[in-house]
Design a protein around this ligand. Sequence first.
Ligand code: F42
Length: 144
Amino acid sequence: MATDEAVELSPEGWVRDQTEKILETGTTDSVGIEGMKVVLVTMRGAKSGKLRYVPLMRVENDGHYALVASKGGAPEHPVWYFNLRANPTVTLQDGTGTGEYTVREVDGAEREQWWERSVAAYPPYAEYQTKTDRQIPVFVLDPA
Ligand code: F42
């Protein structure tokens, strides 16, 4: 992903603050939610074509990651869900390391397995699922 391009930050205060802290310190280990780890994903906007930073919980297994489109159990998908559907190549920063990944939404048994890993990494996801009728989407990132 091009690095000389400007990257947009979230308009939402607390998300923007966490993103700025990661950028200032150079590591995602400088932030977290109740002690649980966060990764920083750079993706391209579906409509604007602009690059965007989206911090998400860290769900990792054997070099692959999951991204959970929970939006705190909101009735609608987060906007970034549609960005990933349109542009499935991302950069992910975990700690100080970054890599390029191809994203795919998973279903069936594969989703179940990653959902269990996601809830293990961040237990509030289970509660978020009870708050909404939509099934919370799970993306898996494979190294590009
Ligand atoms: N959100 C999650 O859903 N899951 C997580 O695991 C998670 C963890 C997390 C950890 C730390 C942290 O700081 C935030 C965390 N969040 C998590 C919140 C997450 O980063 C997002 O803020 C949240 O999911 C809401 O996503 P959203 O994309 O709906 O955010 C809105 C507020 C937003 O950024 N809107 C932008 C804006 O400018 O209004 C839109 C940006 C955008 O992508 N625009 C597209 C474009 O083309 O550029 C348009 C796309 C379209 O189709 O309209």
